[in-house]
Design a protein around this ligand. Structure first.
Ligand SMILES: [Zn+2]
Length: 149
């Protein structure tokens, strides 16, 4: 245990490596909601970006503007294919930034090998799993994978 001493974690700027000691959010503070503490952290880091990396904050603002626009546009049905394409572009870009770690080819191969399939079936399942992964993460299509129909 921590003997009553609040645990602290480190948050580090990805641009300049400045470190911040952050109080463990799982330890409640009387009179402060956990969400309020996160909002305060966002303010702290926003101030850092404003002061040291304004170009990063500009990118944040542009991303928020894109998502705001998409959320507004999603509430309407549209016919214009150019608008639909632009919406999909923003959605895909946002989707890619929100993805967690991806299953590597080696990971998939290891999992498929555990199925004790024939070599032929193993190859088919391996390709299926890889294509499903790529579909789900909206990976750019390889030229040979693009349908000619
Ligand atoms: Zn920094």
């Amino acid at each position: 245990m921590n003997d009553g001493i609040p645990m602290r974690f480190t948050s580090q700027c990805r641009q300049c490596s400045k470190k911040y000691a952050i109080n463990d959010l799982s330890i409640p503070i009387v009179g402060k909601e956990p969400r309020q503490r996160i909002v305060e952290l966002v303010s702290l880091f926003t101030a850092h970006l404003q002061e040291r990396h304004p170009e990063e904050l500009q990118q944040v603002a542009m991303a928020v503007q894109d998502i705001y626009g998409l959320e507004v546009l999603k509430r309407f049905a549209h016919e214009d294919p150019v608008l639909l394409n632009a919406m999909n572009h923003v959605r895909r870009a946002f989707h890619r930034t929100m993805l967690g770690p991806q299953a590597s080819d080696a990971y998939i191969q290891d999992r498929v090998a555990r199925l004790s399939l024939s070599v032929e079936d193993q190859a088919k399942v391996l390709e299926l799993c890889k294509s499903l992964r790529d579909y789900l993460i909206e990976a750019p299509q390889k030229p040979e994978a693009v349908s000619q129909t």
